[in-house]
Design a protein around this ligand. Structure first.
Ligand code: C5P
Length: 220
């Protein structure tokens, strides 16, 4: 089917940040808007894929034609992703928090005059991409993102190996680029056999090009 080359294929996409609770009213988060991940979910659906989008808390709408699962924490995101297996492809775009608070308080932390200031002890979050990349139900195609502020390419290449991905989409998220939360993206595709640099594009265009490349992969 020329119009719907991904018809009959299942895709899992993660998007947005995660919120890691400190107490019932406070959390640790990051600047991810979900725009790139949501655009990829929409672009895959447009090519006929059945898409499960697992999204952290974002201010943008659920893409149409996509099954969106809303989560807050990294552990919830991991559980929702694993529940969506098996799948033909996984595109992990979410900016998952690397750490969570080791023991989040069930009551709001109170400020008492004269008392010491609390210290947050952190613990490591599950690496969802790595889990999926090494899973017995590993999708045929596993794609990760790498948001770096330095040594973009070497960091992305290391990630490709460590996480068991077929492709890493690397971007420079230094504050000056305005990429994190912005509407445009300038990426490099890191594969086992080489690097491809794309021009500065709208996030929707990055998504459409990536979806086209994925469709080619499944038809090669
Ligand atoms: O290690 P780093 O966070 O830079 O890796 C980024 C890639 O790994 C992204 O594709 C992101 O969605 C994924 N990731 C994940 N779970 C984590 C951390 C990152 O799926 N805990």
């Amino acid at each position: 089917d020329g119009e719907k080359p991904l018809k009959g294929r299942n895709a899992i996409v993660t998007s947005g940040p995660t919120h890691e609770p400190i107490d019932p009213v406070r959390y640790i988060a990051n600047r991810s808007s979900g725009r790139q991940g949501h655009a990829i979910a929409a672009a895959l659906a447009k090519l006929g894929a059945e898409v499960t989008l697992v999204s952290g808390p974002v201010a943008i709408a659920d893409p149409v034609g996509v099954h969106t699962v809303h989560v807050e924490r990294a552990e919830e995101m991991r559980d929702a992703v694993l529940a969506a297996l098996p799948a033909d492809m996984a595109v992990m775009v979410a900016a998952v928090a690397d750490w969570r608070v080791a023991s989040a308080a069930d009551q709001k932390l109170k400020k008492h005059p004269g008392e010491s200031i609390p210290t947050l002890a952190l613990t490591e979050n599950p690496d969802i991409l790595k889990t999926v990349g090494h899973h017995t139900m590993r999708p045929r195609l596993v794609i990760g993102f790498a948001a770096e502020t330095q040594d973009v390419e070497s960091n992305a290449r290391a990630k490709l190996e460590r996480k068991g991905a077929d492709l890493i989409v690397a971007n420079d998220v230094s504050p000056a680029t305005g990429i994190m939360g912005g509407s445009r993206n300038s990426v490099r595709l890191i594969r086992h056999d080489g690097v491809e640099r794309w021009p500065d594009l709208a996030k929707e265009e990055v998504a459409e090009r990536l979806a086209a490349l994925i469709a080619e992969y499944f038809h090669a």
